[in-house]
Design a protein around this ligand. Structure first.
Ligand code: IPM
Ligand code: MN
Length: 352
C-alpha cells in the first residue's frame, strides 16, 4: 500500500496532475497494487492567503509517504524566487533528494527541432546533483545598494555529496544496460577547485565500474553536442547548476516541456516527481495543456517505487497516444484536450 502525497500546485498543475492520477488508477487496477492519496494545497494561492510556503509539519508528513507527486509551483503575482526557494528547493534540501533525474527520450510520433534526428538518436538520461553547488544559498552581499557593492554566490561541493551523486550515476548507467557510457559534464578547465574534485572522485569511482566507459565533456561543448550528436550520450552526470541548464536544452530536443518529466530522488528516502513544464498561467483552466510530462512523471515514480511492470505499461500507453492520437505536443495544438489525452492513456493501460 503506497501513500502518495499529491501537490497539484499552481496554474495548470492541477489539470495535468488529474491526468497523471488517471494513469496511476488504471495501472494500479491492472497490476493489483493499492495506494492512498493525500492532497496538499501548497503553492502561490496558499502563500498569498496565509504566508505559508512549506511548513515543517508538512515536511514531517512527507517523510512518512512513499512518494510525492507535484504539478507545478509558480504564480504570476508572487515575486520570483519566493516559491521556488520556499517550496521546491526546501523540499529538495529537507528531504535530501540529492539526485535530479531527467530522462531525455524522443518518442516516435513526437517532433524534435533537430533536423535528421530520430528516436534512436535521442535517448539518454541526465543525473543532476540536486542539493549542493550554487543552489545552497551560500554567499551574501557587502555594502548592498552602494557603488561599492560586492555580491558573492558560492558553489559548495562536498566530497560526500559529489561521491554519492557520481555513484548513483554509475549504478544507474549499469542498471540501464544500454551503451554503458557515463559522461561527466563539467568545466575542469576553469572551475579548477570544484570540478577538480568532481573529476578526481569520478575517476576513482570509475575504477570500481570496469564495465562502464567513463567519458568527459565540458558543459559548453555538451550544449553543442546535444544539438549536433545527441546519439553520443547514454548517461550524463553533472553538478546542480549545469544540470539545470542542460536539462532545459535536453527537454527541447525530446519534444518540449510538455513531454519532459523529472524526479527529485532520495534513494534512501522520499522522492518527488514532477513535469518540467511549470505553471503556464496563460493556459490555465482551458483544458489545452499537454499532460504527457505529468503522466511520464507517474511512470518515473512507479519505476523508482520498484513497480517496473507498471511503469512499462504507462510508458507504452504514452507511446501509443503520442504516435496515434496526438497531432502536436504543444498546448492548444494537440488535436485533443488535456483530459482526452489522459482518458486515452488510461484506456490503453486498461486494454494492455
Ligand atoms: C528545475 C527548476 C528549478 C531549478 C527552479 C524552479 C528553482 O528550474 O527544477 O529545473 O532551478 O532547479
Ligand atoms: Mn530548471
Amino acid at each position: 500500500m503506497y501513500k502518495i502525497a499529491v501537490v497539484p500546485g499552481d496554474g495548470t498543475g492541477p489539470e495535468v496532475v488529474r491526468e497523471g492520477l488517471k494513469a496511476l488508477a488504471a495501472v494500479a487496477q491492472k497490476k493489483g497494487f493499492s495506494y492512498e492519496l493525500i492532497n496538499y494545497d501548497l503553492g502561490g494561492e496558499r502563500y498569498m492567503k496565509t504566508g505559508d510556503l512549506l511548513p515543517e509539519s508538512i515536511i514531517s508528513e512527507f517523510r512518512q509517504c512513499s512518494a510525492i507527486y507535484l504539478g507545478a509551483i509558480g504564480h504570476p503575482d508572487v515575486k520570483p524566487g519566493i516559491l521556488e526557494k520556499g517550496i521546491l528547493l526546501t523540499m529538495r534540501f529537507e528531504l535530501d533528494q540529492y539526485i535530479n533525474l531527467r530522462p531525455v527520450k524522443l518518442l516516435s510520433g513526437v517532433e524534435t527541432p533537430l533536423k535528421d534526428k530520430c528516436p534512436a538518436d535521442i535517448d539518454f538520461v541526465v543525473v543532476r546533483e540536486n542539493t549542493e553547488g550554487l543552489y545552497t544559498g551560500a554567499g551574501g552581499f557587502l555594502k548592498k545598494g552602494t557603488l561599492d557593492e560586492v555580491a558573492i554566490q558560492e558553489s559548495i561541493n562536498t566530497r560526500k555529496g559529489v561521491e554519492r551523486c557520481i555513484r548513483y550515476a554509475f549504478d544507474f548507467c549499469r542498471k540501464r544496460g544500454q551503451e554503458k557510457k557515463l559522461t561527466f559534464c563539467g568545466k575542469t578547465n576553469v572551475l579548477t577547485y570544484a570540478h577538480d574534485m568532481w573529476q578526481r572522485v569520478f575517476n576513482e569511482v570509475a575504477r570500481e565500474y570496469s564495465d562502464i566507459k567513463p567519458d568527459y565533456a565540458n558543459v559548453d561543448a555538451i550544449c553543442m553536442w546535444m544539438v549536433k550528436n545527441p546519439e553520443w550520450f547514454d548517461v550524463i552526470v553533472t553538478d546542480n547548476m549545469f544540470g539545470d541548464i542542460i536539462t532545459d536544452l535536453a527537454a527541447m530536443i525530446q519534444g518540449g516541456v510538455g513531454v519532459a518529466a523529472g524526479g527529485n530522488i532520495n534513494p534512501e528516502g522520499v522522492s518527488m516527481f514532477e513535469p518540467m513544464g511549470g505553471s503556464a498561467p496563460k493556459y490555465t483552466g482551458q483544458n489545452i495543456i499537454n499532460p504527457i510530462a505529468a503522466i511520464a512523471a507517474v511512470q518515473m515514480m512507479l519505476s523508482v517505487l520498484g513497480q517496473d511492470d507498471a511503469a512499462k505499461l504507462v510508458e507504452d500507453a504514452i507511446q501509443k497516444v503520442v504516435l496515434k492520437d496526438m497531432k502536436s505536443m504543444s498546448a492548444g495544438n494537440m488535436g485533443l484536450s488535456t483530459s482526452q489525452v489522459g482518458d486515452r492513456i488510461a484506456d490503453y493501460i486498461a486494454q494492455a
